[in-house]
Each structure stands twice: as structure tokens, then as C-alpha cells.
Design a protein around this ligand. Sequence first.
Ligand code: N01
Length: 529
Amino acid sequence: MSTDFDAVIVGAGFGGMYMLHRLRQKGFAARVIEAGSGVGGTWYWNRYPGARCDVESVQYSYQFSAELEQEWEWTERYATQPEILRYANHVADRFDLRRDIQFETRITSAVFDETANVWRVETNKGDKVAARFVITAMGCLSSPNTPKIEGLADFKGPTYHTGNWPHDGVAFTGKTVGVIGTGSSAIQSIPIMAEQARHLTVFQRTANYTVPAHNKPLDPAYVAKVKAHYPEMRKRAKTKPAGIDFVINMASAIETPEAERRRLFEERWAYGGLGFMASFSDLLLNDESNKTAADFVRAKIREVVKDPKTAEILTPKNIIGCKRLCVDTGYWETFNRPNVTLVDISDEPIERITAAGLRAKGQDYAFDCLVLATGFDAMTGALLKVDIRGRGGVALKDKWREGPKSYLGLTVVGFPNLFTITGPGSPSVLTNMLPSIEQHVDFIADCLEALRARGVSVIEPIEQAQEAWVGQVGNAANITLRSTCSSWYVGANIPGKPRVFMPYIGGLPAYIAACETVVKNDYEGFALA
Ligand code: N01
């Protein structure tokens, strides 16, 4: 059976772009289908004010090309969304990727034809394409969650979702604004919206932990040093669970004397960023240790927020780091502003959206614009929007009705020749996405090359291997406190979604080792035909 392409790649974010590049290098014909009008994935869609990456720019970048590393200049410790989008565009131009990317097109279905062993892919533009492989690179946080609050359509003003922000920006100057949600997107955008708006009302269901970014322009001497030592830094990063090169203090928080513990927390706090959770090695393993970090942050909130009642509402009650830790610039300070109101909706959901605003706890709130900072249907949302059918016409959404199951987060029993970059069961969202993406892509590209070399046309994981991997993902999750709260990691933010801890929390080094063993043992766990 002839095919139009060896592979169809879904999505032109960092995963899809690198996948295209690698497949081309190996002489495969690939086509990328991308819904947006440009590359960049998450950085194309999430254009809300204040959007930036909370992994340091020199680490949140590709490492496959030394030339690219050397020629690109990051300007800030944490890169802004526009800067990361410029980087994505630079990569697309530099490696001449656009000619194989079909923009403004969504895949609607991908059906495996068992008689010909090809995927038949259809798009919303009427394309019908046959390909040997389908490789999804659709992102883990790319399907925005619009909560089903009654009356949403009644609101007379504009409604914006942080995950699908207007490309021309939004002028909030002189406007009254209502914001629903206090996750990372809200925590980044609220301080900036508050500076612009006449009044900002924040509706908070769950208080969140955040640590200061201490963002700053990058010193050229520091950049030169990083550039001179990129390979060593990348190598060190790959030995860390999150794939980020920061120092993990291997001591236990509760076994460290209080004064020393406080000193270490203060030191990390002053440095800023996600490394705060590496102050001690057991913060996500032990309730008591976790409480020391949580109490430290809670005290910081009371130091900053002047009104004790507001400080109390902003103080998280749950485990620190259970939901994704946020990184901010001036978040709590924002609640000292006279034009900002915080409304606690933890005990009663919003009653309804009205024409003028919303009604919560028996009170009406009016505003000109509504911002939904309400997150995503994470890890499975984008995949399951597409009608993906494997052997016997079985739909992926039926196969995953009780929760996603995969082999290595990359492949699924019954769906031959389908690869899911950063799929559920992979470390992805618990790691620095760029090195994780590159590792996945290299694994897939090498696999396709190996199959071609031996004339194999179909690869599919076997049931026992998948079950064993699912068991490993579950066991790793059970060890940590991270799986114990209602977060998007377990699908708790989407009503009706099965509660399964979706990412693999065993760390990037363990995951890389598992993939290497599979390859060394001749694609152990896969059936090749
Ligand atoms: O989404 P979220 P996000 N009524 O799900 C609330 C990554 N990211 O877009 O906690 C009222 O975290 C919800 O309340 P609750 C990062 O991995 C990275 O902010 O469910 N409230 C919560 O407060 C992050 O974790 C960066 O009780 C409702 C908020 O909406 C992930 O993306 C920057 C509600 C949603 O928070 C998602 O972050 C930004 C309802 N019906 C994001 N429904 C970087 O810096 C939801 N909420 C790299």
C-alpha cells in the first residue's frame, strides 16, 4: 500500500518541530498538521499578560544543535512568551521547517486501516492523508477548560481564556475585570491586569502556593559562561528528576534543626524559582517535612499581605507542591492594591454568570470583561478530541474510559504505529519539557529507523508490557504526596474525568534508563510485524 507520508505529526509546538527535523534527517517523509497559524504550540496560544516560562530560559531550550545554542541569545532569567515564540519561529526558519507544516488545519480523525497497515487521517479542511505512522505532539496543557458555569453565554462583555488569548492583546485600561481561577496562569497575569484595570475582582476556589521568580535581565558574562559549558549543564540536568540543573539538598527537612532549616528555606526563597522544592529531599514524601515548607510560605504571605482577612483567604491549606507550584512576580503584593478584591468561593461554587458579571454566595458582582484562568483538560484532553481509532475500530476515548494506559507514555496497545510525544505515562509535565521532548523524539526517530532497517512495518506494545508500565507509573505516584490532592495531574479539575495520576513521577533519569533498556533488549515489550 502506498502512503502519502511515512508519518503525520500532529502539532507544531516544540515536540512536532523537532520530530519533523529528526525524521527529515533520517530520510522519512513527514507532514505536520497544526491548528494555529504559526509554530510554538503552548507559546502560540497562551498570550495572556505576564506569560513566561517558569523554567530558566537557558535550560528551557533545545540542545540538539550546538549552533542553535550558541547563536540564540536569551535576555531574561525567565523568558517571556513573546521571546519563546520568537525562538520557536527562529528554529522553524533556521531548519526550514515550514514547508512541511500545514497550518490552520485540525486533525479530526485518525483511523488505523488493518488491511493495509496504514493510518488514514482526515482534517477539518477536507484532507484525506495516508501515513504509516501517526505521531501526536499535541501538548499536555493545550485543551483549554471552560467550566460549565450556568449562564456563561449570558455575559454581555468579552470573555477571554488565558489558554487561548487574543493575538492583538487586550486593553484593560479603565475597565473593570473579573478573573476566575488562581493557578499559574492567573498568578502570572493578575499582577499585570491589576496595574491596567480600573478594578479587578479575583474569584478564588483554592488558594495556591507560589514562590518568587526574582526574574532579571541575563548578565552577558553569565550567558557567555553558560554557552561555554552547555554540554556539561545539559548532562547534569539529565541526572536530576525534573531534568533541570539545580542542586537538590539530599537532607530531610524534619531531621534538620529548625534554625538551619529556616536558613536553607530563606536561601532558596531569596534565589527564587522552582528550586525551592529542592530545599530538602523529602518535601514531597513526608507530611511533616512538607508542612515545614508550607508553613514557611504561609508566613511569607502574612508578611506581605496587609489585610489579615485577605491574607487568610490567600493562605493555602493543602500540601505544598501537590498542585503544580507557581512562580510569580508580585502576586501577593497585588492584593494590597485598592483596586483589587479577592472573593473566596471555596465553600460555594459560583451560582451563575449574569449579563453584567456573576453571582456568587448570594452577591452580584459586575465587571466589563471576564477572564477565565481555569486551566486545561490536561494530558488526555487534546488527544481525545480527535477521533483516534485503532484495531477493530476501537476508539481511544473508549479504551481510556477508565483512565489512560500506555507503554512508556509513548504507545498504546491496540493502536499500532501510533506514538504520543509526552503522553500520559511519561514524565513530561513533571520535568523540563524541552529535554523530555527531545528524548521522546530521539526514541521515536531511532525506532522508525530500526524498523525500516529490518523491513518491519508495524510496531505495537504488548499487553503485559503496558500493564507493567502502568503499574510502575501507579507505584511511583503512590510514593509521593503529589498524587494525594485534587489537581489536574489526577484529572480532578474536569468533572467526570477518571481520577488517575497521569504523568510518570519516577523522574527523568529512571525514565531514560527504562527507554534505553527497551531499545537494548531489541524493543522489549513491543510486538514487531
Ligand atoms: O490552570 P490551573 P493554569 N470555578 O488548572 C480554577 C502550566 N503553566 O492555566 O484549584 C472556580 O492550574 C481552579 O480552581 P481549583 C502549569 O503546569 C505553566 O493556571 O481547581 N474556579 C484553579 O485555581 C500549570 O499548572 C506556566 O479549585 C475554577 C484555576 O481555575 C498548568 O499550566 C504558566 C473553576 C485553574 O488553574 C495549568 O495552569 C501557566 C470553576 N468552575 C501555566 N474551574 C509556566 O510558567 C477551574 N477553576 C511554564
